[in-house]
Design a binder for this molecule. Structure first.
Ligand SMILES: Nc1ncnc2c1ncn2[C@@H]1O[C@H](COP(=O)(O)OP(=O)(O)OP(=O)(O)O)[C@@H](O)[C@H]1O
Length: 369
């Protein structure tokens, strides 16, 4: 196929190219009803003239946290003028000014000037408007862990949650979204006293759920017959093993691109093989990069285990030799690694009271990982 053909060939296997974009919001959002309901319960008081309930939204990567919040915010805004919902990606906006600029924009429809106006003025304008118009404000801080890198979190939480002390009748709440279970220990005492959140947990998807989600997505993104159920099963299997739904959605897209580049009306196994080579587990790498020294140490010990999977006790012995840390610290790290889907820790039914656990890595034991 020549360049001309590639550029001008106007047949496509994609029914909707955007279906595979990272910010695509699927109409059919399954398996998250209970989480959406729990969050709706947090919003409800705000709709009735009260204060929203704060929430921490926890779950590993690509478990639908962002999608759930965005859908819910859309529903709230379509039904009520009484609540302003501000969704903020804290990877992009990390400073106090940055965050409040986003809130300001949501309320006024334009950004505050970047220079010449003191922060207190912007803050005052926001809260004054909420107070005089009797509107509640819910701020969703997505990937909130990024605010902790620069130690901005305490100040921002404080500014949002204690606004009612300075402004009559201001009703504010925070939904903090993150994929790190240790977050709750990271706030200052005086913030902790006002931020007593409801926890909403997004469990990892199981294989069947992943399959159904990917099949739905393929149906939206590709024309009928472009991809077979067997290939979707294979992609689901790979996705389940990485624990990252985004990887699966990405594979669908890359497969589609490869088939289309060859003007093939169908995605073939060879396309998937090639797509696997091209599509890295970016999230996996990011996750590892963000681990602490001790967390990495423990992961290494688990990775380096030869042959049989080990029990928690065996792993702890090695971990203690290396780090000198207590069993409870070890347990906390273990919990975190499991939460991030880097390991599984099934019970063996053996040991004291039958509660010995096995430690099984969920990643390939390659030397570079
Ligand atoms: N139940 C679901 N049905 C359909 N698509 C889903 C579902 N859950 C997640 N997805 C899709 O998976 C991708 C990741 O979802 P989302 O961004 O909501 O996850 P997240 O938990 O916020 O991830 P992260 O922690 O990495 O920010 C999106 O493309 C989203 O459309």
């Amino acid at each position: 196929m020549g360049i001309d053909d590639i550029l001008l060939h106007d047949e496509t296997i994609f029914r909707n190219l955007h279906a595979f974009d990272s910010d695509y919001i699927p109409e059919n959002f399954k398996y998250r009803d209970s989480q959406m309901e729990a969050l709706a319960v947090c919003i409800r008081p705000a709709l009735m003239g009260g204060r929203p309930i704060n929430a921490v939204v926890l779950g590993a990567c690509a478990t639908g946290k962002t999608t759930a919040i965005r859908k819910l915010f859309e529903m709230v805004e379509a039904n009520s003028e009484k609540v302003i919902c501000s969704y903020i990606n804290c990877q992009l906006h990390t400073t106090r000014f940055g965050i409040f600029s986003q809130i300001y924009y949501k309320i006024f429809g334009y950004y505050p000037p970047e220079t010449g106006v003191p922060f207190s003025r912007i803050y005052h304008d926001i809260m004054h408007k909420l107070s005089t118009e009797d509107k509640a404000l819910i701020v969703a801080l997505d990937d909130v862990n990024h605010l902790f890198h620069d130690r901005n979190a305490n100040r921002i939480f404080y500014d949002i949650l204690r606004a009612h002390e300075a402004f009559d009748n201001v009703r504010t709440g925070i939904f903090a979204i993150l994929s790190d279970i240790e977050f709750r220990y990271a706030l200052d005492k005086n913030v902790n006293s006002v931020f007593i959140p409801q926890e909403v947990i997004f469990q990892p998807y199981n294989y069947d759920e992943i399959y159904n989600i990917l099949k739905d997505r393929a149906k939206i993104g590709f024309y009928n017959g472009v991809i077979s159920d067997e290939l979707i099963e294979e992609i689901s299997d790979l996705t389940f093993r990485t624990g990252d739904l985004r990887y699966g959605i990405n594979l669908l897209r890359v497969c589609g691109n490869l088939a289309e580049a060859e003007a093939s009306p169908r995605i073939k196994k060879a396309h998937l093989k090639e797509a696997i080579k091209d599509t890295t587990y970016t999230n996996f790498k990011d996750t590892i990069k963000n681990l602490s020294k001790n967390e990495k140490e423990l992961l290494k010990i688990i990775r380096d285990a030869k042959g049989e999977n080990q029990t928690a006790g065996q792993v702890y012995d090695k971990f203690k030799k290396k780090t000198g840390l207590s069993y409870s610290s070890f347990n906390r790290i273990l919990e975190k690694l499991e939460f991030l889907r880097l390991i599984d820790t099934p019970f063996t039914g053996k040991g004291k009271r039958g509660n010995a656990r096995l430690i099984i890595p969920r990643f390939n034991k390659g030397p570079d990982r």
